[in-house]
Ligand binder design. Structure first.
Ligand code: PMP
Length: 391
């Protein structure tokens, strides 16, 4: 039976990790993997997370099952950060925990499909798993160009998608810190997007995987909130894996905005059934940690300070890249106004290979770089290598 299976292409980024690990050059630079790194190249556990883990170890008195909705204390504690001062929007928002942002995206798309959505419009390039999940569910992807050549977001394309979507179609947007381009909609663009959703009754699905990594929790949530304030219904897929540094503990949440509170029970009876069939219930540890951090003023303060440090470091790298102006053919100035962990450099596959072979610089073949892989120490080498290869 196994002979009937076709081999699948290995994950390109995992292959890159192996190549990087095997490279003996001392000055090698890893810009591939999508995790935050400090100036020292580490991805440490947040001190606030460590403190909450200690509380969990000391106080947890059972590991008995929770339901498919997971830790509802964590789901509720996050809501003011995501949705603002009226976190349920008058009782119209409810959520459940998921295994990471990936689980939340999966659940959002599966529930949309159950509600009749067949086709999803999405700006490309995007996080590759969006397309994979859609394909796995048998849903159709309707791609549009996310970015303009000058490094700004393509507003016309997203408005055309929203305004042109049929009744059985949805539009999926990144809330902030777009992966892989780093190109987010401006406040003015979000206002136009929200108006288009309101006027067209197209269904919004918002993927918020990096809140707090762009310009801060409030600023990064503002565009999403603008949409939610104007539409009757929406799905939000949320990840705490980046903004709490809990990557491997798989912490996410799925939220539904409904026309009225009464519609949420049916929505969540379906979401629970889908979760039950897919993963039964989410892993508890990381979600409990988020609940404990957010329930303690001191730990919350420490978490916010650590998030500020991460963001400031990445803004510093972006500003330093932009200050270099150009490197060879590549204009680095737009990077300062882009956000989050990633940027896309317009380099060819051959140039990516040359950067790796001649300069020990590892990046995805698409030209995506992890901003947090750059430091004060390795930035000059990176810029010089980029100039040499693309000049
Ligand atoms: N959405 C986007 C846009 C992402 O980049 C990622 C993570 N790379 C996710 C969702 C999923 O995150 P998680 O690791 O929490 O599953």
């Amino acid at each position: 039976m196994l002979d009937r299976l076709e081999p699948q292409a290995p994950d390109a980024l995992l292959a890159l990790i192996r190549l990087y690990a095997a490279d003996p050059r001392a000055d090698k630079i890893d810009l591939g993997v999508g995790v935050y790194r400090t100036e020292d190249g580490a991805t440490p556990v947040f001190a606030a997370v460590k403190a909450a883990e200690q509380v969990l170890v000391d106080t947890q008195d059972s590991k008995s099952y929770l339901g498919p909705e997971g830790d509802m204390g964590m789901v509720a504690a996050l809501m003011p950060y995501i949705f603002g001062a009226d976190p349920t929007m008058g009782g119209r928002i409810q959520g459940m925990q998921t295994p990471g942002g990936t689980g939340a995206v999966r659940l959002a798309l599966a529930l949309a499909q159950k509600a009749g959505v067949k086709r999803v419009h999405m700006g490309v390039p995007s996080w590759p798993n969006h397309a994979q999940i859609l394909a796995d569910l048998g849903m159709e992807l309707a791609p549009f160009d996310h970015a303009n050549a000058d490094g700004s977001a393509n507003l016309d394309a997203v408005l055309a998608a929203i305004n042109g979507a049929a009744a059985d179609e949805a539009v999926l947007l990144h809330a902030c810190c777009h992966n892989p381009t780093g190109i987010d909609y401006t406040a003015g663009q979000w206002a136009r997007i929200a108006d288009s959703f309101a006027a067209s009754s197209t269904f919004p699905i918002i993927d918020a995987a990096y809140q707090g990594l762009g310009h801060g929790l409030e600023a990064d949530g503002a565009g999403m909130r603008e949409v939610l304030a104007k539409v009757p219904e929406a799905f939000i897929a949320y990840s705490c894996d980046k903004n709490f540094g809990q990557y491997r503990d798989r912490v996410g949440a799925f939220y539904v905005l409904a026309k009225e509170a009464g519609a949420l029970d049916t929505a969540f009876s379906n979401a629970n059934a889908l979760a039950r069939a897919a993963w039964s219930m989410p892993p508890d540890h990381g979600g409990a940690v988020v609940r404990i951090v957010l329930g303690d003023a001191g730990m919350t303060k420490a978490w916010l300070a650590e998030l500020d440090d991460m963001r400031a470091r990445m803004r510093g790298v972006r500003d330093a890249l932009a200050a270099a102006g150009t490197a060879g053919r590549i204009d680095l100035t737009p990077l300062a106004s882009q956000n989050g962990l990633f940027a896309m450099l317009p380099v060819t596959k051959d140039e990516v290979a040359k950067l790796r072979e001649d300069h020990a610089i590892y990046m995805a073949a698409s030209g995506r770089i992890n901003i947090a892989g750059l430091t004060h120490a390795n930035l000059p080498k990176f810029i010089a290598a980029l100039a040499a290869v693309t000049g």
